[in-house]
Design a protein around this ligand. Structure first.
Ligand code: ATP
Length: 263
């Protein structure tokens, strides 16, 4: 069934993400219900199909790495999961509920948060203004800020600095921080490593691993597999719009070269 509700007036949050009337991190959800599941997803641009039946499950508190060469369909998969692109076939399930066709802002409201390729920060706003924008002035701002700076001390030091003047790694940190203040159940990360030094990428993925340990389910798109395999629970390799293989990071190591070389 395609999602056709109106969460603006009375948001029917998926029961798996609701406890005592409040949305909870996915870890608190019933074990068997995956926070995010893609079933037989097909997607097309201008009538040309680029995803040919993607099945992917992200369990509570798990990091799933979506790997593959340029043009394999990784970003398109994330666009479908985040509501930016409606699939031409198949279903998107959040907490066991069919949300196929829901817009990204509705998915964000039930806890599916996306950090798009190229970072999602406002360069002309300060660090703290970026955080305020993300929270939509909900809750106690000072409290939210302090919690954010406790996790990202560097951002605390730079709270009055314009985001556009931060280093690439700090901007990506801010993008992560912006996502986390929305208290997501599912985090979708597209090419976190883009343009960053390996040491910075490693630091960012250590934070991602910590976030997953707190119960947030994470789907990470990465072109540079090694950067994410160290912290992933499972990895899926995409080739030509299909999932060619899914397994543990160790199982995937040997598959990677052939997937990237098109073998
Ligand atoms: P990359 O790492 O280069 O972003 P990817 O694995 O994320 O690669 P996608 O960006 O999902 O791959 O692209 C999958 C296919 O869809 C490619 O053939 C690409 O050319 C095509 N494609 C992507 N975006 C569009 C678009 N906006 N319009 C038309 N075709 C597109």
């Amino acid at each position: 069934m395609t999602w056709a509700g109106n969460w603006a007036s009375d948001p029917p949050l998926p029961p798996a993400l609701v406890l005592d009337g409040q949305r909870q991190p996915a870890a608190a959800a019933v074990d068997e219900v995956a926070p995010l599941e893609l079933r037989a997803i097909h997607a097309a641009y201008g009538g040309i199909e680029v995803l040919h039946g993607i099945d992917l499950t992200v369990r509570a508190g798990a990091v799933v790495a979506l790997l593959g060469a340029n043009g394999a369909g990784k970003s398109t998969t994330v666009k479908v999961a985040s509501g930016l692109l409606a699939p031409s076939g198949g279903s998107v399930l959040v907490g066991g509920h069919d949300v196929t066709g829901a817009a990204s802002y509705d998915l964000a409201r039930i806890g599916v948060c996306t950090i798009p390729e190229g970072r999602g920060v406002f360069p002309n706003l300060t660090v703290r203004e970026n955080l305020w924008m993300a929270t939509q002035v909900r809750g106690d701002l000072a409290e939210l800020e302090e919690a954010a700076y406790a996790r990202f001390p560097k951002l605390g030091e730079r709270r009055t600095q314009l985001a556009g003047t931060l280093s690439g790694g700090e901007q990506q940190m801010l993008a992560l921080c912006r996502a986390l203040v929305t208290d997501p159940a599912v985090l979708l990360l597209d090419e976190l490593s883009m343009g960053l030094a390996p040491i910075v990428v490693q630091q960012l993925y250590e934070i991602v691993a910590q976030v997953a340990r707190e119960g947030i389910s994470i789907l990470v798109v990465e072109q540079f597999a090694q950067a994410v395999l160290g912290i992933a629970d499972r990895a899926a390799i995409m080739v030509n719009g299909e999932i060619a293989r899914v397994g543990t990071p160790a199982e995937m190591q040997s598959e990677l070269s052939s997937a990237y070389l098109g073998g």
